[in-house]
Design a protein around this ligand. Structure first.
Ligand code: ATP
Length: 253
């Protein structure tokens, strides 16, 4: 179980201040929603946390240890997993192999040699398969293990991406719009899955999401960004009642 914090996190692209001194404090095993209008800096915040675009000022701390400044692979190795806004499953590889790529790089290399038909079946591949199958089980997608990754529906791919992020057993999971494009019943399934990730695995979740019903239903607390800055934070009820949020985002001024 991990405690994730950011302190004064700032990042600018040219003249655009994409993040402006963002403080976050996400206790262990909390589901934190990040909402805000387009261009508010939500994806930039996740990218800064996982090291893809290092902050120009401020820090990211995992259980009190500064992790900003480390490479993305080192941050991942410390237990920070993530998914992306657009689906990134590989075609020409099975769902199982796609999930295996979420493991260590050397395991990933074996997955690629396997995909090329090269003999590489060793014990670590067997272990990787077991872990990937367990992750697929957890998201109720094991029956798709041998399908081509590119052949699944969009909603199914989103679940596989979560399995791929879970396979390395992260303590923090960053999700970028996991519900985008999902039908209402699928959003309900995602809601249940997120609760299980928190309650059964004790994973801390930071989730960007525009599907407000999901955010309000599943998140313990919500942080609202606008123009790179935090403008509000609280429970769903507190956020809905916040006048600045209504004006900036919920459109009920
Ligand atoms: P959305 O809801 O549309 O995904 P967002 O809240 O995730 O938006 P970001 O994608 O983080 O917003 O963008 C924040 C600001 O930073 C925007 O003004 C965006 O144009 C800018 N920005 C993001 N990435 C880059 C980049 N690589 N180069 C230049 N500007 C960028």
């Amino acid at each position: 179980m991990s405690h994730l914090e950011t302190r004064g996190l700032s990042l600018s692209f040219g003249g655009i201040q994409a993040l402006d001194g963002v403080d976050l404090d996400v206790p262990p095993a909390e589901i934190r929603g990040i909402i805000g209008p387009n261009g508010a800096g939500k994806t930039t915040l996740l990218n800064a946390i996982c090291g893809l675009t290092p902050p120009s000022a401020g820090q990211v701390l995992l259980d009190g240890e500064v992790i900003s400044g480390l490479k993305p692979s080192a941050i991942a190795a410390k237990g920070v997993g993530r998914t992306f806004q657009t689906s990134m499953l590989f075609s020409g590889m099975t769902v199982l192999e796609n999930v295996m790529t979420g493991l260590h790089q050397h395991m990933g290399a074996n997955v690629f040699t396997a995909a090329l038909g090269l003999p590489s079946v060793r014990q670590e591949d067997a272990d990787a398969r077991e872990k990937a199958l367990a992750a697929l089980d957890f998201v109720n997608m094991r029956q798709f293990a041998e399908r081509d990754g590119g052949a699944l529906s969009f909603g199914q791919q989103r679940l596989i991406e979560i399995a791929r992020a879970l396979v390395s057993q992260p303590s923090v999971l960053l999700l970028d719009e996991p519900a985008v494009g999902l039908s209402p019943p699928r959003v309900q399934e995602l809601d249940r899955l997120l609760r299980r990730i928190r309650d059964e695995r004790g994973i801390t979740i930071v989730m960007i999401e525009h599907v407000i019903r999901l955010v309000m239903g599943v998140c313990d607390r919500i942080t609202v960004l606008n123009s790179g800055a935090k403008i509000a934070e609280g429970t769903g009820d507190e956020i809905i009642a916040n006048r600045e949020v209504q004006e900036a985002y919920l459109g009920k001024a």
